[in-house]
Design a protein around this ligand. Structure first.
Ligand SMILES: *[C@@H]1O[C@H](CO)[C@@H](O)[C@H](O)[C@H]1NC(C)=O
Length: 156
């Protein structure tokens, strides 16, 4: 399984340098629906990437730009999204359960029908209405940081 996903990764993801050389558009295709679970993706640039239904369970996305990504139905279960840029992305139906969102940038991100059970939103700046919507569904405790989802969202 690890071998399969590593091979898929090699075929479909170009390192950031290569992407920069080719203009950065090359990453958008080929990742949808892929199994990238458990991968260290910190060197990759996923700006505007198509991550629909992509399995990023347990992936390390710390500091990665997912700006404008199309991540409908993506699975970020237990992923490390510390300081990642999720701005202007579409995360409808995405699974953020147990994910670490600490310090992530989420301005303009669409969090519709998301699963955020056990996720940690410490130091994430949220618009009031988004915070309210997330608090309405927040529960659980992050297994890695030990922080309660509701506490991390500063829910009343
Ligand atoms: C995603 O990957 C994890 C780890 O390999 C696996 O347990 C899980 O079933 C996968 N989820 C989906 C929706 O494919």
């Amino acid at each position: 399984m690890a071998v399969t996903s590593a091979a898929a990764l090699a075929l479909t993801v170009a390192p950031m340098d290569a992407a920069a050389v080719s203009g950065g558009g090359g990453l958008s295709e080929g990742l949808a629906g892929k199994d990238l679970s458990g991968q260290d993706l910190r060197k990759y640039k996923l700006t505007k990437a198509n991550l629909r239904q992509t399995n990023l369970s347990g992936a390390n996305l710390e500091g990665v730009s997912l700006f404008g990504s199309l991540s409908e139905g993506a699975v970020f279960k237990g992923a490390n999204l510390r300081n990642a840029d999720l701005e202007s992305g579409n995360y409808e139906d995405a699974d953020f359960s147990d994910a670490i969102m600490e310090g992530a940038y989420v301005n303009n991100a669409q969090f519709v029908r998301v699963n955020i059970k056990g996720s940690d939103w410490t130091d994430v700046v949220l618009r009031k209405d988004i915070q309210k919507a997330l608090c309405a569904i927040a529960d659980g405790v992050n297994p890695t940081t030990g922080v309660a989802t509701r506490d991390s969202l500063l829910c009343p």
